[in-house]
Design a protein around this ligand. Structure first.
Ligand SMILES: [Fe+2]
Length: 222
């Protein structure tokens, strides 16, 4: 049977939908490994997208980042639960072990030619690097850290700061902004922080919407 161009377009759209759907499901799989972080992956994706748009990054690259940022902590599937779930402070060896999630994540996605998979490898590997070179795993500095990694670094840090975890309470939105501003030039790229602060109302809306959903899930009310 001959396939007409309309059928072909539909098939391409269906394959794309399945691809995007699977990416989200892979990200959700990783979140099962770190259940205390409920919703962290989708929030980091939303914050990263808002920062990228604020920076004026072309929309096709924003789309790549939207999916790839969900994969930033995928390497945690290679870290023992006993360390991830530890409520008390970590020993230097345990801290080192957790840091390996960057390398594991980079390995999971390395070697692809797909822009989203390549960006996923880059983000998984570099989202804990710091602008001043004191981060991990490689101690990359400044613009040696890929742009996507620098964006997700701010988004990830902000979300961890304002979220309750088994080892910490949730801090306020304003405290998070003040803390990120303070770390400009040391932990974070000044250009990314400025783009982040430029869309702070969008960031607040994402956080508020997410908190309302989490309240509803927990307590059945909003
Ligand atoms: Fe991480």
């Amino acid at each position: 049977m001959k396939t007409n161009s309309k059928d072909k377009a539909l098939q391409i759209m269906q394959v794309r939908e399945a691809y995007e759907d699977m990416l989200v499901r892979i990200a959700i799989t990783a979140e099962y490994k770190d259940p205390g972080a409920g919703g962290h992956i989708s929030r980091v994706s939303d914050y990263s997208t808002a920062i990228a748009r604020s920076l004026g990054i072309p929309e096709d690259e924003v789309e790549v980042l939207r999916y790839a940022s969900m994969m930033h902590d995928i390497g945690k599937i290679g870290i023992p639960d006993i360390i991830l779930e530890k409520a008390t402070s970590l020993s230097p060896e345990e801290r080192k072990k957790i840091e390996e999630h960057t390398i594991i994540g980079g390995r999971i996605f390395e070697g692809s030619t797909s822009p989203i998979v390549m960006a996923s490898a880059q983000i998984a590997l570099t989202h804990h690097e710091r602008y001043d070179g004191t981060g991990y795993p490689k101690g990359l500095k400044g613009e040696d850290i890929p742009l996507y990694g620098r964006i997700v670094s701010v988004a990830d840090y902000f979300d961890a700061f304002v979220s309750e975890r088994h080892y910490k309470k949730a801090w306020s939105f304003d405290d998070a902004l003040a803390d990120i501003s303070k770390k400009t030039g040391s932990s974070f790229d000044p250009r990314i922080v400025s783009a982040f602060l430029g869309v702070k109302e969008t960031i607040r809306q994402i956080l508020d919407a997410n908190n309302a959903i989490m309240d509803f899930v927990k307590n059945g009310k909003n």
